[in-house]
Design a protein around this ligand. Structure first.
Ligand code: ADP
Length: 319
């Protein structure tokens, strides 16, 4: 269990637009004693989509069921999941919905619209199926790639929440809150220092704080100040922009091997020895956000900003 995960709207910092929208929907659904509409949450990894989905179940006072679309490969996987919903109003959360195979989408639409699922009991000509009724439920799906979803699927969600990167002040508040849960004393300036290097992402903020915790514990430091935070990040090679070894390797490869691009994701990931998903999920959202790379139909391109960074940071030529 993740003790740092906020449990209610009040504990959830930032994403004010989505929160406002969802608070209204929750209140209205509760007043009418109805199901919460199906919800699609999209945005880069680590911004709090899963957390918000679990908060919605909590605020509605309903069960929360978690699944990941990459584990749903055959019809029986999805049917099994849907038929495991046993309480009316349950919230079913499916993460990475863009990974759901296309031939399973129809099963999902029908269950979303009519709360039924058809199970085939024989194949070929005259194939037969049994229809099962499901308890009415709310489906919440999350995706980092909404562009990969088919429009019939998107159309079945009543609410679409777009997540944005966090402000430094919000991340500072998240770090302070997490420090309390981890029993750490941290100075305001040290929280800000870490927030600025968190890639505008709460998951990264919490990860950095855990590394600082290791450092201060080993070195018997009672109060985390900027100096302690700085030392901790030096050990894991995180620089002032929050870039790590993999980001720098990516940027260097794009500059030196691919001559500034355009370079395809498959070629870049092959060169770096990482999967395209890792590169797309962990490196690129932030590099795009700080305008270090651009994504074009022909591939990734290095920007002027990245070139300046590489020049000023006097990086070692390793290729
Ligand atoms: P996603 O599903 O978008 O990848 P998660 O919901 O798993 O992101 O969030 C990653 C971590 O960041 C969570 O474990 C939680 O501790 C923290 N977190 C995310 N959003 C917030 C927030 N708004 N306030 C406080 N902590 C947050």
């Amino acid at each position: 269990m993740n003790i740092l995960r906020p449990k209610s709207f009040d504990e959830y910092i930032g994403q004010e637009n989505i929160k406002r929208l969802l608070k209204i929907s929750v209140n209205a659904a509760k007043k009418r004693n109805e199901m919460l509409d199906h919800i699609l949450l999209s945005g880069p990894p680590g911004l709090g989509k899963t957390t918000l989905a679990s908060i919605l179940a909590y605020e509605m006072g309903k069960n929360f069921k978690f699944a990941i679309a990459s584990a749903l490969q055959k019809p029986i996987d999805l049917v099994g999941l849907l038929t495991s919903i046993d309480k009316e109003g349950s919230v079913l959360f499916i993460d990475e919905i863009h990974r759901l195979p296309k031939n399973l989408e129809e099963i999902l639409y029908i269950s979303m619209e009519d709360y039924i699922v058809d199970i085939s009991v024989s194949k070929g000509v005259g194939a037969q199926s049994i229809r099962l009724n499901l308890p009415p439920f709310t489906l919440i799906c999350a995706t980092t790639k909404p562009g990969l979803l088919s429009s019939p699927l998107i159309d079945r969600f009543g609410i679409h929440g777009y997540f944005e990167f966090y402000q430094v002040e919000e991340l500072t508040a998240i770090i302070k809150r997490s420090a309390q849960f981890l029993n750490l004393d941290i100075e305001e300036e040290a929280s800000k220092f870490l927030a600025k290097r968190s890639r505008f992402t709460p998951r990264v903020a919490n990860k950095l704080l855990r590394r600082v915790r290791d450092y201060v514990q080993v070195n018997k430091i009672k109060l985390i100040d900027v100096e302690a935070a700085k030392r901790s990040l030096e050990i894991i090679n995180i620089d002032d922009l929050g870039l790590n070894d993999l980001d720098r390797k990516y940027l260097r490869a794009l500059k030196d091997i691919f001559k500034g691009g355009p370079a395809g994701i498959d070629n870049i990931s092959q060169f770096l020895g990482e999967s395209p998903e890792t590169i797309e999920d962990l490196c690129e959202p932030y590099l795009l956000k700080i305008d270090f790379i651009q994504r074009t139909p022909r591939g990734r391109i290095l920007t002027e900003n990245a070139l300046n960074y590489l020049e000023n940071n006097n990086y070692e030529k390793s290729f």
